[in-house]
Design a protein around this ligand. Sequence first.
Ligand SMILES: Nc1ncnc2c1ncn2[C@@H]1O[C@H](COP(=O)(O)OP(=O)(O)OP(=O)(O)O)[C@@H](O)[C@H]1O
Length: 254
Amino acid sequence: MSVPITVNKVSLAGRLNNVSFSLIQPGVTCLLGANGAGKSSLLMVLAGLAEPSAGEVLWGATNVFNSTLSALSGQRCYVAQQHSIQFELTGYECLQFLSPSQSATIPGELIRKLDIADLLEKPVTRMSGGEMQRIMISRALLQVWPAIQQGSAIIVLDEPVQGLDIRHQIVLMKWLSALAKIGNQIIMSCHDINIANTFADTVLLAKSGQMLAYGPTSDVLNLSNLWLTFDCQFECLLKDDQRYFVPIKNKTAF
Ligand SMILES: Nc1ncnc2c1ncn2[C@@H]1O[C@H](COP(=O)(O)OP(=O)(O)OP(=O)(O)O)[C@@H](O)[C@H]1O
């Protein structure tokens, strides 16, 4: 059963200022904004990992910060923007080590969608950036696998397509869309406007720690909002009824 998320007047000292929005329906939500806009800060608050100095985050009727992290960990997972694993663990050991409550079996669907079969025996210290990213996303999804099957997981991903080649980006985003269709909430940051435009049901636009706009992707992603968000002018191209946003060279505010 899907979990609605309400962010109510959230502030985080110097990083977020009075942010409010709600995600009632399950879906893929993309958070876009310039460097330093507050995307990672907001995702950490949403995931229950950074307590706001004011305001509240509700998952259904539950105030996230009245729950313990162990109580939250079966329902929500989180992938950080940067990873640092110093140990000589294999991909398989990394999944097991970081998700000790899981059985030794890694679901075939997870292995196929993240394309990690060849990474399970490979030490993470010898993985490429994109390979490591696929293992870290797998680890997070494995943590909440039973909730994902029930359509009640909250999946918080900070720049999940960062470092992935285009094929892995598309396979991942299509899969996340399918997981959202069975009730899961996917909330992710992204620097690729066209990934958001193609796959997101909802877009949040952040600027200077505040929410500039949020709502259905087709409403929120428009040329004036993109200018306000990024200080960069875009052109909108149409092909087969699909919009593509292309930045115009030499049309930035700087
Ligand atoms: N741990 C921290 N303590 C205090 N301020 C922080 C901390 N982490 C980030 N900040 C500041 O908060 C602001 C928002 O940072 P945040 O990482 O949330 O931005 P972002 O939108 O994710 O940026 P990027 O696109 O570069 O990843 C920045 O000004 C940053 O310097």
